[in-house]
Design a protein around this ligand. Sequence first.
Ligand code: SF4
Length: 374
Amino acid sequence: MAGIYLHIPFCKQKCHYCNFFSIASVKSKSSFVDAVCAEIEMQKNYLQNQEIRTIYFGGGTPSMLSISELNRIIQQLHDHFTIPDDVEITLEANPDDITVDYLTALRQSKVNRLSMGIQSFYDDDLHYLNRVHSSNQAVAAIEQSKKAGFDNLTIDLIYGIPTLTDEKWKANIESFLQFGINHLSAYALTVEAKTALSHLIGKGNLPPVDEQQSIRHFNILMEQMEANGFVHYEISNFAKPGFYSRHNSIYWLGGHYLGLGPSAHSFNGVSRQWNVSNLSQYLKLQDEKTVLFEAEILTMEQQYNEYVMTSLRTSWGCDLEHIRNVFGEYFELYCRKIAEKYIKQDKLLLKENRLFLTQTGKLFADGIASDLFK
Ligand code: SF4
């Protein structure tokens, strides 16, 4: 199973917490679309004729593309890859870009899954994050998307925002549930180095993020979502059966993917490569007939570490038999030995030769995974 990711690097303004590559100007949008179409042709052999099961427009803000720009990119993908009719095509959208006309035209395109960056249904949280949209726009965008027939809809929410009390967080989850949406991605607010958030907190202009608050919110999240029939299938993702993100599952299950656009990552089983995180350098690919990227061949240790990190975060668990078959007995015994102490602490569960994070373990997922690293 293989997928294609397209990084659309435009945003109306930069959110305080964001460390993705994006720019707050659409001056180069049409040159970008030309460049990405050229890159599609250049990279047509990267996935070695594997069928493309998923296409994901991420960013940045893909909903800043017009429908004709989106259709042109999708057509170019169809012209150069094997893509079945039931391909999942996701578009990340921001509520302020959503209009009835846009949604109507989008329904005529091949996009069949919408991922809406809601983050919170409260204006003070959105203000803290420096999001462009308002809570009213968030509600309207969801209602209009559902009305337009996008049943395969997911939203993003952020918890651990200093302005988000426990009661407001519960209400945010409740609002999500009332919309009858089948998928939720919920992330803890993290303060990444060199972001505006880090700078503003450092200067005392914004209140800091409290880890204990994030832990409380994560526990509330797990409780409310599971009580409402959602499967916690990845540490930050909850879905009703049949609505798992096919695209992200490719990343989590070690599948292959091609990333197109500036800063996009690709993986074909052995090597990982990432495009230059600079739009003007990326745009040169058309003149120079080559994409600027860096690549690394993953060592056995790196491949093992990556498998442990991604699999442990999912409801499919970390398969010790897979480790033995792919990486050898030495890695399996190593993993099993380190896991023992976490099993005793009730943070990991060993079942049918797979390791799973328990509810308590989910609070320490990154620490446990890195301890299992080689
Ligand atoms: S909309 Fe998304 S990509 Fe753009 S600045 Fe905000 S968080 Fe970053």
